[in-house]
Design a protein around this ligand. Structure first.
Ligand code: M6R
Length: 365
């Protein structure tokens, strides 16, 4: 049932504040602002390295998770798309742990990667939406993302629920390993618990602007997304979402890679979507944006109020989100990239929930 939405994808985008609340309810102690025992099913204390493997959007959630585990838990993370992971003969030892992220819990390559890690004696955790899935069954610890059924082929609420669970696990790992203090844990958890409220406000405020912008975007052939830090995986997620449902060619790049190749593509016909909250990387990303502007590129600037005030470069549009802590920026900044892809596809008249050539669950290699 789509409710009063035109597509499941739209419904699922708007469900995010609610389902993230459910996920938080499962992993967070709201009264004490700590993560709870559910996050402790894997003991990260003596773990030397964490391997993460997944496909598509789940892989990109894992890539955001890598930044968090390394920053907050000082835990080195190896991450690969599962189709590579399963064959690349990565040396593994039992003092390592592995996480597999999958909405369906049935993705063939992710399952094969899991089995490879199991054979090597690793402790296995599964971040899944479908709790009765094969990946969940074969894991030592199951971390449900509690997103509810996701019908749209393009993953939206599963992505932000995966992020919510990974953030909780990274905080738990940080506490277990003594790399964040109790006060820091409380601070981070406090930010996490604000996500549903902030997301609701953003969903209400950006809708009109995004719809307008999508009309222009539906006329272009190529789009480039750039970002730094966790906005880099988000840039790739934005590009994946757009190409998947609107069939517009899109690429996501680390902003610093621009001058190593993709800048050659820039002209007035290719919009560049710059994802840049006012964080540690902001100045660097703005200097990349400058390079785009200098070559006549059209910029869609997704930032916060502080970021918007700090740059005076001409843009095709500036989407202003609330200023939030770096930990939760990936969840909040997911909204404009999801809505932009959605409305662009609607303008183009594609089959949004059932895009051509794609299946919701990829159970063959
Ligand atoms: O069920 P999974 O999370 O394992 O699926 C992984 C990918 O197939 C999936 O995320 C795909 O990339 C989505 N269609 C992206 O929107």
């Amino acid at each position: 049932d789509k409710g009063n939405h035109r597509h499941f994808m739209e419904k699922e985008i708007y469900e995010q504040p609610e389902v993230i609340s459910h996920a938080l309810g499962h992993y967070v102690d709201f009264a004490n602002h700590t993560v709870n025992a559910e996050t402790g099913l894997i003991d990260f204390t003596g773990v030397s390295r964490l391997a993460i493997s997944a496909c598509g959007t789940a892989y990109l959630a894992g890539l955001v998770g890598k930044y968090w585990f390394e920053r907050y838990a000082r835990l080195p993370v190896e991450i690969d798309v599962a189709s590579e992971f399963r064959y690349r003969e990565m040396p593994l030892s039992p003092d390592q742990a592995a996480l597999f992220i999958s909405q369906s819990g049935e993705t063939a390559d992710t399952l094969a990667s899991l089995r490879y890690c199991k054979e090597n004696g690793l402790k296995i955790g599964a971040v899944v939406n479908v709790k009765e899935s094969t990946i969940a069954r074969e894991s030592d610890a199951v971390f449900p993302i509690l997103a509810g059924p996701e019908i749209g082929v393009a993953s939206t609420k599963a992505f932000t629920c995966q992020l919510t669970v990974l953030a909780s696990l990274a905080i738990a790992a940080g506490r277990a390993r003594g790399t964040i203090t109790e006060a820091e844990e409380k601070e981070l958890v406090r930010h996490l618990t604000e996500v549903p409220r902030i997301m609701s406000a953003v969903l209400n405020s950006i809708q009109g602007q995004i719809e307008q912008l999508s009309r222009d975007l539906s006329k272009v052939k190529d789009v480039l997304y750039i970002g730094r830090g966790t906005s880099f995986p988000l840039a790739m997620e934005g590009a994946l979402k757009l190409k998947e449902i609107s069939y517009i060619h899109a690429e996501g790049y680390a902003a610093g890679e621009l001058k190593h190749g993709p800048i050659a593509l820039i002209d007035e016909n290719m919009p560049v979507i710059v994802i840049a909250p006012h964080d540690r990387f902001f100045e660097k990303t703005v200097s990349n944006m400058q390079e785009v502007a200098a070559r006549g590129g059209k910029i869609i600037f997704i930032t916060d109020a502080k970021g918007a005030a700090a740059s005076n470069l001409p843009t095709m549009a500036t989407i202003v989100l609330p200023e939030v802590d770096e930990l939760i920026a990936p969840m909040v900044f997911s909204l404009p990239i999801q809505l932009l892809a959605y409305h662009t596809a609607v303008f183009m008249g594609t089959d949004v929930d059932q895009p051509r050539n794609l299946a919701k669950s990829v159970t063959v290699e």
